[in-house]
Design a protein around this ligand. Structure first.
Ligand SMILES: NC(=O)c1ccc[n+]([C@@H]2O[C@H](COP(=O)([O-])OP(=O)(O)OC[C@H]3O[C@@H](n4cnc5c(N)ncnc54)[C@H](O)[C@@H]3O)[C@@H](O)[C@H]2O)c1
Length: 332
């Protein structure tokens, strides 16, 4: 029986991925998460008692712990990260370098000593920066435009170098902008939803024409599973985008959220442009289709409707996060 280690398991994407693995595969799953401000065990509450899930509270930079966990698994999906672009700009890059680059280094060195069947690094489409050509395929230059994106590029190329240097079975996955249930309210789509609930302005940076390739998180989970199932010879050493091939502007997302909630379009408000902004982001889907037989299933309107419904039905979840954030501000 395969044992899959998922790092960052209490986060947004990893918790959806763990739920997917438990539902769709017979695999045993180990979650390793440091429970930073972004990690929330409530994200796993419905599967916490599952007989095939083990939950380890710990840091991917803890070499001894990582080595012992890695020794007991066959596949690693490294998704633990400091993940918020704006935090990397406002608060500095130190934590981002430490977790995203050094943490990935610790995991890669662990598999040199405790070999695994495959190591999947969850990189990010942010490593590309603004699209020079659309759609961006995996050969697009890496021009990360924020400290967050630069640390993801560092981890991405470090993983690649371990494949080239030590012949380790590394696969690099570059998901585009995920959205869906359980995404931290610091990210743009949940922020818009909660602003709309409260009849507050939905603040859009710049003129709102910045566009993204929005990927429903459950589609992303299926893509990552497809990387586990793929013939290793086909995917080892490869970089694979996980995208829809379509881009939608941030401004349009705000409009759809307001429409779904029956709120006036006048709630949308433009504020100053964000430094390090990526202007256009659209991913090529060709390689994922060819190597994994995977393509995204969920149209943006359906995914947004499901996401809005989830936030409407799970007020305790997001109110808890808001209350914890207020406590942190008042004690710091
Ligand atoms: N959200 C997106 O749109 C998106 C797109 C592309 C790639 N990614 C990547 O996918 C991964 C998951 O993103 P997310 O949005 O779910 O992030 P998230 O912030 O919701 O979750 C990150 C998780 O990692 C944990 N973590 C942080 N530092 C850790 C450490 N040192 N050791 C162990 N655990 C630690 C946190 O506690 C949290 O549970 C990240 O690698 C991110 O860069 C995200």
């Amino acid at each position: 029986m395969k044992r899959v280690l998922v790092t960052g398991g209490a986060g947004f994407i990893s918790s959806a991925f763990i739920r997917h693995l438990l539902r769709a595969t017979p695999y045993e799953v180990v979650s390793l998460d440091a429970l930073t401000y972004a990690g929330n065990l409530e994200n796993l509450s419905d599967v916490q008692a599952h007989e095939r899930l083990s939950i380890v509270h710990g840091d991917i930079r803890d070499e001894a712990l990582v080595k012992s966990v890695v020794a007991a698994v066959d596949v690693i999906v490294n998704a633990a990260a400091e993940s918020h672009v704006e935090k990397s700009i406002a608060e500095g890059a130190a934590e981002f370098v430490a977790t995203n680059v050094e943490g990935t280094r610790v995991l890669l060195d662990a598999i040199r000593e405790e070999p695994v069947e495959r190591f999947i690094l969850i990189s990010s489409s942010e490593v590309y920066g603004t699209a020079e050509a659309a759609p961006m395929d995996e050969e697009h230059p890496l021009n990360p435009r924020s400290p967050y994106a630069a640390t993801k590029a560092g981890a991405d190329r470090l993983a690649f170098s371990y494949r080239a240097t030590y012949d380790l079975p590394v696969v690099i996955v570059r998901p585009f902008n995920n959205y869906g249930a359980r995404q931290h309210p610091e990210k743009v789509i949940p922020r818009f939803i909660l602003q709309a609930f409260a009849d507050e302005p939905l603040t859009v940076h710049g003129d709102g024409t910045a566009s993204r390739d929005w990927l429903y998180v459950e589609d992303d989970a299926e893509a990552i599973e497809a990387v586990i199932e793929a013939d290793l010879d086909l995917v080892s050493g490869e970089v694979i985008n996980v995208a829809t091939g379509m881009d939608v502007s941030v401004s349009r997302i705000a409009d759809v959220v307001l429409e779904l909630l029956g709120k006036p379009a006048s709630l949308k408000e433009h504020v100053e442009e964000r430094p390090g902004q990526v202007h256009r982001h659209i991913g090529s889907t060709e390689k994922a289709e060819r190597l994994l037989g995977w393509s995204a299933k969920t149209p943006i309107e359906d995914g947004l409707a499901r996401t809005v419904a989830w936030y409407r039905d799970n007020e305790d979840w997001w109110r808890g996060i808001q209350a914890r954030a207020r406590t942190e501000i008042s004690v710091s």
